[in-house]
Design a protein around this ligand. Structure first.
Ligand code: NI
Length: 137
């Protein structure tokens, strides 16, 4: 990776958009735009790995949902049991009287993780859901 040839490219964008970007990367501590853009692109590539990728990946599914939704908790539990080989750990937090936050730590190939994540996130009553992938070293 370190020996790869560097390529420079130009990007045109709205001035306000760039100002917002610069403000955020400055607050995060990036020394320059190039390093921030490289990190964004690396993450974009990992998150968009093709579902026929057979590499072993680790990641987490974050779910935010209303547990009063009819049958939601049962459906969620049943789906997760169907993927017990992919689930390493689950943490459930009761955020308030109605809402729960659940973090499911997963491993496996992209198609399985994507399938599990899609099944959970599309359940009625799930207000927010996101799968984040990290490549295994
Ligand atoms: Ni709860």
């Amino acid at each position: 990776m370190e020996n790869n040839k560097l390529t420079r490219f130009g990007v045109s964008m709205d001035e306000k958009l760039l100002e917002s970007f610069d403000q955020i990367i400055h607050n995060k501590g990036y020394q320059n735009r190039s390093e921030a853009v490289r990190d964004l692109i690396r993450d974009f590539i990992v998150q968009h790995k093709s579902s026929n990728n057979t590499e072993n990946l680790a990641g987490a599914i974050l779910l935010f949902y209303n547990h009063h939704q009819n049958n939601l908790v049962n459906e969620m539990m049943s789906i997760q049991h169907g993927y017990h080989d992919n689930i390493l750990a689950t943490t459930h937090l009761h955020i308030d009287h109605h809402n729960c936050l659940e973090l499911i730590v997963v491993k496996g190939i992209m198609s399985d993780l994507q399938e599990l994540s899609d099944k959970l996130i599309t359940l009625k009553g799930v207000l927010y859901g996101k799968l984040t992938i990290s490549p295994l070293a």
